[in-house]
Design a protein around this ligand. Sequence first.
Ligand code: ATP
Length: 441
Amino acid sequence: MGKKPISEADKRMEELVSLCRRRGFIFQSSLIYGGINSCWDYGPMGVELKNNIKRCWWKTMTQERDDIEGLDASIIMHPRVWEASGHVAGFTDPLVDCKKCRRRFREDEFDGDKCPDCGGALTEARQFNLMFKTFMGPVEEEASIVYLRPETAQGIYVNFQNVLGPSRQKVPFGIAQIGKAFRNEITPGNFVFRMREFEQMEMQYFVRPDTADEWFEVWKEKRMQWYLDLGVNKDKLRFHEHGTDELAHYAAKAYDIEYEFPFGWKELEGIHNRTDFDLQRHQEHSGKDLSYYDQERKERYVPFIVETSAGVDRSLLTFLADAYEVENPGEKNERTVLRLSPKLAPIKAAILPLVNRDGMPEIGHKIADELRPHLKIFYDGGGSVGRRYRRQDEAGTPFGITIDSQTLEDETVTLRERDSMAQERIKIAALKDELLKRTAI
Ligand code: ATP
């Protein structure tokens, strides 16, 4: 049997994966042991990019607004949390096996009743729970089963009253959290798009029940704007409304923000009206009062929740895929460039003395020492300057600072902008403020 031809989309993904490995963004986990399929490690560039994404989100949510508080809840929670939330009973995907080639699939991921790979007959679908189980304490018995959280949201719900009191917030208000989540996905894949261990950025906004629809619209627009503000191509983003057959067990209304990845339009973030489902369920199961007394209206109610749930890794893949470009492919001036927003770029500026003599390296090191406390910079002293620029273009570094012979005379350097490759001269003394202005989160 001949090999399937590689599509343009596959080629683009392969190039991106290879760039990520080559430049130290993302490595397959445990590679020296042959790798583990659904887990990925972030290298020196990847961790900076990931931290910048999280910082941007955290700032938008908790710093620029006074109605959202932060939280960092533990990954392992009381097992009854997951009974109350409906995850033990209902967090399942339909699993089918191909009787011929033995491959496993999620039944809802393809059309038809034959194996999408070899056309073989499929088994009946079995419901497979996606939660990872483990044991707490030294005895491996039923009573000590705990779960790795499959979403960060539940940590927020069980802390609703804890946060409300000390923060002195009033409904409407939100709680934001960033943290790891785990799902034993049937078919992980597409690089960091679907992993078994991943990170989420979730915000739960508690509102008066009759205002939930309005807040839903507000958050839907705000979340879309966040990606646009960080430079994602407008034409590659869209909303997808969940039909009644797609809605999760807790949701009354749900929109996905989708991105057109090389492998198609896929969910990037979900915005959900979770109604009072979660707080009601936790109230019933814990026996604790999770209602809210509205002083102004003199009424008591269990708040509705509007959730915005984004994946850190999926956002990172979006930013990378969107930023990746090969200019003039196949030509002498071919250039691979990651047009990442300067806010997200792992390294903000590279310092490049034109030659390794005439005092230029000394000036370069001095500039580097001055900038380092304020910005992530990289000093690169060796090789042709063109090649050094190209290396930085590929890593998404938005600015290059070159020390040349004119620097020796007038204490100016050239500042090269990655996308336009335009160069301007700037006083060394003005560098710090200029770079901070152009890259600050
Ligand atoms: P999908 O339909 O792709 O399985 P979902 O609808 O189950 O996703 P949610 O439960 O809404 O996803 O999770 C919120 C966000 O968390 C998603 O939009 C995505 O960005 C991220 N996410 C969910 N599952 C994974 C995963 N396995 N790997 C990476 N990110 C994930």
